[in-house]
Design a protein around this ligand. Structure first.
Ligand SMILES: Nc1ncnc2c1ncn2[C@@H]1O[C@H](COP(=O)(O)OP(=O)(O)OP(=O)(O)O)[C@@H](O)[C@H]1O
Ligand SMILES: CC(=O)N[C@H]1[C@@H]2OC[C@@H](O2)[C@@H](O)[C@@H]1O[C@H](C)C(=O)O
Length: 360
């Protein structure tokens, strides 16, 4: 018997703080996934600065504690999400709302996403599901990454083993072998340090098409010192806070060499990540904004020996993937199906994450 199909919107504000992505899909929360629409909107500089301040506060916090500034950012974030979602949500049954991660400390028993699901449900007049990560951490999981379950659903027809690499602010790898065996974990900062470097050196939010990196040289000794951390040897499950790594190691380099070295660092973290899987993937499908950076894609190919291909090569949509995933998770929540899994983020048992908000 086939399951009911839902029209679901997913909303993502990723760690790179570039803006909001919204996707509309038709799905049963299992193998039926039909893409319908996508919208995105970049943050303006003023709001990005407020979000950056919130992230610094969240990363330094010992516990989650809202203050007036954070409440104001959370409210503004929610209203911006309602505006973007409103452009594609007509007729939708449910909205999956990730919110914005301002701190991620599963070791301290919490992960922290701001954004007000109840307010979003009121603004859109549609049921909203938020807080997908918290219940996973409460069950002993990392709270991240979650998307690998969506990669598994999307990739049911692909030859195994294959890899999906998300190059967002933080990077994560999904490896899927025979019998749907899965290994998935955060790899390191993907674009976060490159973005921070460009912000500091040039007042820009990212290194468009790798222009600055392509004009510089990689300093291998600096690179090796950055890789010399026990975190890279640690077995999965594992996840990162955006602020776990910093740009200090390249501070003595010029702007071009710093960009080249940080770009090579991301490529090396992917090479090290592949040491945690039992066989080399036949394909490495790359999603997230980093796939638009040709210098990063070339370095990954050279340093891993596996051709980095954009996920579009498999017919998937790299710009909307995360938003689609949270739409799919929202439907799973409505159906009482797990949204996180012991073999991915490491909870003790499968967890039906998410909190449902019904407009009054
Ligand atoms: N043309 C481009 N050239 C270089 N880098 C690019 C380009 N387009 C996007 N990027 C990079 O991709 C980043 C955005 O990626 P993405 O939208 O996948 O991140 P995110 O969803 O915020 O992150 P996460 O997956 O960590 O939540 C930008 O900050 C930038 O570093
Ligand atoms: C805590 C948090 O927000 N983590 C994000 C972040 O961005 C990429 C990587 O780090 C991944 O672990 C996760 O997002 C994706 C969407 C995930 O959960 O699969």
């Amino acid at each position: 018997m086939s399951s009911r199909l839902y029209r679901a919107v997913g909303l993502m504000s990723g760690t790179s703080m570039d803006g909001i992505d919204a996707a509309l899909i038709e799905t049963d929360g299992e193998g039926h996934i039909r893409f319908l629409d996508f919208a995105s909107r970049p943050y303006d500089d003023a709001f990005r600065a407020d979000l950056r301040a919130a992230v610094l506060k969240g990363a330094a916090a010992m516990e989650r504690q809202m203050d007036d500034d954070l409440r104001a950012v959370s409210r503004r974030l929610t209203i911006l999400h309602a505006e973007v979602a409103g452009t594609i949500a007509k007729g939708a049954d449910v909205v999956g709302f990730h919110g914005h991660t301002i701190g991620h400390r599963p070791d301290r028993g919490w992960t922290w996403q701001i954004g007000d699901g109840a307010l979003l449900a009121q603004l859109l007049r549609i049921e909203v599901v938020d807080d997908f990560r918290g219940p996973d951490v409460a069950a002993g999981g990392q709270g991240a990454p979650l998307l690998p379950a969506y990669h598994r659903a999307l990739g049911s027809g692909l030859e195994r083993p294959f890899g999906v690499l998300n190059l967002g602010g933080v990077g994560n790898l999904t490896w899927i072998g025979g019998g749907d065996e899965i290994v998935a974990f955060d790899t390191g900062p993907a674009n976060a340090l490159i973005d921070d470097w460009l912000h500091e050196q040039r007042g820009l939010s990212f290194d468009e098409n790798g222009a600055l990196a392509s004009a510089g040289d990689v300093h291998e000794e600096v690179l090796q010192s950055m890789l010399d951390l026990p975190w890279f040897d640690q077995a999965p499950p594992k996840s990162l806070d955006r602020q776990d790594f910093g740009i200090e190691p390249v501070r003595a380099l010029n702007a071009e060499d710093g960009a080249a070295t940080l770009t090579a660092f991301t490529a090396e973290t992917v090479r090290l990540a592949l040491s945690h899987v039992s066989s080399r993937p036949q394909r490495l499908l790359v999603t997230g904004g980093g796939r638009h950076n040709p210098v990063l894609m070339r370095m990954i190919t050279e340093r891993t020996g596996i051709a980095a291909e954009p996920v579009e090569a498999a017919g998937w949509r790299g710009d909307s993937m995360e938003a689609e995933g949270f739409a799919w998770f929202a439907v799973r929540k409505l159906r009482g199906l797990p949204t996180s899994f012991p073999e991915i983020s490491g909870p003790r048992q499968p967890v039906v994450g998410g909190t449902l908000h019904v407009p009054s």
